[in-house]
Design a binder for this molecule. Structure first.
Ligand code: ADP
Ligand code: MG
Length: 598
């Protein structure tokens, strides 16, 4: 798999400078093979895996062909999704940076025509668009292709999967005969070969095999998880590994909404992306995710397709992807540019056979892992906290509180006890004198509202440097996911995960009557929606901003939940929760009638 310096590929000084500015040290194998051939004007069919640098492989020769003085469309790039069109446009913009007078414009559905007209009118030479919107503009006469030199089909296989075949054929039939055609695809199914035969002239076929060293460095692990335990398993894996930046793939929009909401109420910074979300909102979410304004993006395949985000620590296949192709696309989002990434895949029931099929077909290198136990999660969190204290001490990043400490020491308390009491309070513990002791006071950040997690977090915001390194030793001295385990142990931990979902350690024993000082509130969600006590506390604390200890006993029934709320706060809770969604159900809280507590 040959790689060469860009300086040997015949580029103009402007493009060489741009590549250098982008920090690319040498051309990737697909770039090394494609660029010199494409520069001669020959049609090219390029095939290589996700993340191998196909964008620059077609964008560099295409930009070289552009005559900046001619204010007409000379390059047309077709992409399957709006996200990809925007990304490719950004990369084209960077590569054309030093070639003055070259302008690019992404055109896609969901964005106003006005803006696109203006850019086209102003003489953009490189148009990057989704087939549907490109057709629209051609029909309206706002996109004229008579000066076209190069047509690129990026992710051709995806475009066909998404039903763009007719549009693509119409576009290819309407462009000038003399154009150069560049075809890019990760796979070459029959349909694409037909398309190539029909529309290209004697193309150079360039295929880069994904050799091990070439493949993204992704550690792939699968977990057998009972469907109902998935959320618990997910949060444990996140906590044990202290992940801070990743994508969680679900199979449906409903799953995405549901999981996003659930993680949110457990105090994780998440956002979501799927086909029903407006374009403007999607752009905002993507922008925020790139800037690391939140930790986990919950998404469907279509929404996240072709998405170029660097540096993901982890990709979770919360639901098994449809096929090996989707699997590869998904995990290609991590382990980029030689950095190590992780891909965790959940499998439940019959899906195991599907995964085995994918492993055989695509020769995936996936090993089995074990969901960490609650003890391991606690241990890992303690380690993170320990590192955080140590780093704060080492960096002397704290205000002295000598007076208060001296006062306590003067009263005869030992310094170790003082520290222990502080840590206890910081973990959401309660002071002994406050009566009565609240029933539901999270002792650890697990399931605790966001502010508790934040207080425990090794870094105050996602954009701040991580204090503790990723590798958190488990009691065995290895990361828990690494330890090989036999099936029984695995099943045991899956069971445990089930148990702790249905009955959290914060859940109180069946109650006998209403506590003094508490009012019972009725919520129209229950076991049917897989509600856990931690969900309820998290939701109330998150929405009302009241401390978690205003919540007392929680009784979860099949279709409803009874929550004790400290007197004086019940009405506020009812008011603020009204209409808020929990597990997809709009809450309609009311004061519980006496006797409802069965
Ligand atoms: P593909 O389209 O094959 O999936 P991309 O073109 O999206 O891959 O490239 C993946 C990532 O690699 C991008 O972040 C891109 O900026 C980066 N990249 C591309 N070419 C190089 C190179 N020669 N050196 C270093 N990084 C590169
Ligand atoms: Mg690409």
């Amino acid at each position: 798999m040959e790689k060469r310096p860009f300086s040997e590929l015949g580029l103009s000084p402007e493009l060489l400078k741009a590549v250098d500015k982008l920090g690319f040290e040498e051309a990737s194998p697909i770039q090394t093979a494609v660029i010199p051939v494409a520069l001669t004007g020959k049609d090219v069919v390029g095939q290589s895996s996700t993340g191998s640098g196909k964008t620059a492989a077609f964008a560099i020769p295409a930009i070289e062909r552009v005559d900046p003085k001619l204010r007409a469309v000379q390059v047309l790039v077709l992409c399957p999704t709006r996200e990809l069109a925007v990304q490719v446009a950004e990369e084209v913009g960077k590569l054309a940076f030093f070639k003055r007078g070259v302008r690019e414009v992404p055109i896609y559905g969901g964005q106003s025509y006005e803006r696109q007209f203006r850019a086209l009118d102003a003489g953009a030479q490189v148009v990057i668009g989704t087939p549907g919107r490109v057709m629209d503009h051609m029909d309206r006469g706002t996109l004229r292709l008579d000066a076209l030199q190069v047509v690129v089909l990026d992710e051709a296989d995806r475009m066909l999967d998404m039903g763009f075949r007719d549009d693509i054929e119409k576009i290819l039939s309407a462009v000038p005969e003399s154009r150069q055609l560049l075809f890019f695809s990760a796979t070459m199914p029959r349909e694409i070969q037909d398309l190539i035969k029909r529309y290209s002239r004697d193309p150079a076929w360039i295929k880069i095999e994904a050799l091990a060293q070439n493949r993204p460095q992704v550690e792939q692990v699968w977990f057998e998880v009972d469907r109902r335990s998935k959320i618990e398993a997910l949060t444990r894996l996140i906590d044990v590994n202290d992940f801070r930046y990743g994508i969680i793939f679900c199979s449906t929009k409903i799953m995405v909404d549901d999981l996003d909401e659930h993680l949110h109420s457990r105090g994780y910074a998440t956002d979501r992306l799927h086909g029903d979300i407006s374009q403007a909102q999607r752009d905002r979410v993507m922008q925020k995710f790139r800037e690391r304004k939140f930790e986990f993006l919950v998404a469907t395949d279509v929404a996240a397709r072709g998405l170029d985000v660097d540096d993901l620590e982890v990709v979770f296949n919360y639901d098994l992807p449809n096929d090996a192709e989707d699997y590869t696309h998904r995990i290609g989002r991590t382990g980029r540019a030689g950095r190590k990434g992780r891909a965790f895949t959940f499998v439940s029931g019959q899906e195991l056979y599907k995964l085995q099929g994918m492993v055989r077909w695509a020769k995936l290198d996936v090993r089995r892992g074990r969901i960490p136990s609650l003890d391991e999660v606690e241990e890992a969190k303690t380690n993170v906290f320990f590192e955080r204290i140590r780093a704060t001490l080492d960096a002397k990043q704290f205000k002295p509180h000598d007076r208060m400490i001296d006062r306590l020491l003067d009263q005869g308390y030992a310094s170790t006890d003082i520290c222990s009491a502080l840590i206890h309070l910081l973990h959401g513990g309660e002071s002994g004198s406050a009566a009565p002791a609240p029933a539901v006071a999270p002792k650890t950040p697990e399931g605790a509202p966001a502010w508790v997690k934040k207080a425990m977090s090794p870094k105050p915001g996602p954009e701040v440097e991580r204090v503790a390194p990723n590798a958190l030793p488990s009691p065995a001295g290895k990361p828990p996911t690494e330890s090989p385990v036999d099936e029984d142990e695995d099943r045991e931990s899956a069971l445990e995960a089930t148990r702790s979902t249905s009955k959290s350690k914060y859940e109180r024993p069946a109650r006998t009557g209403r506590e003094p000082g508490f009012t019972t509130v009725f919520l129209n969600v229950g076991r049917k929606q897989l509600i856990t006590p931690a969900d309820v506390v998290g939701k109330i604390a998150g929405v009302t901003r009241l401390p978690a200890n205003v919540v007392g006993a929680i009784d979860i029934h099949q279709r409803h939940t009874l929550v004790d709320v400290a007197e004086g706060h019940a009405l506020a809770v009812i008011q603020k929760l009204g209409g808020i969604k929990m597990k997809g159900v709009a809450l309609a809280p009311t004061l519980a009638q006496p006797g409802t507590a069965s």
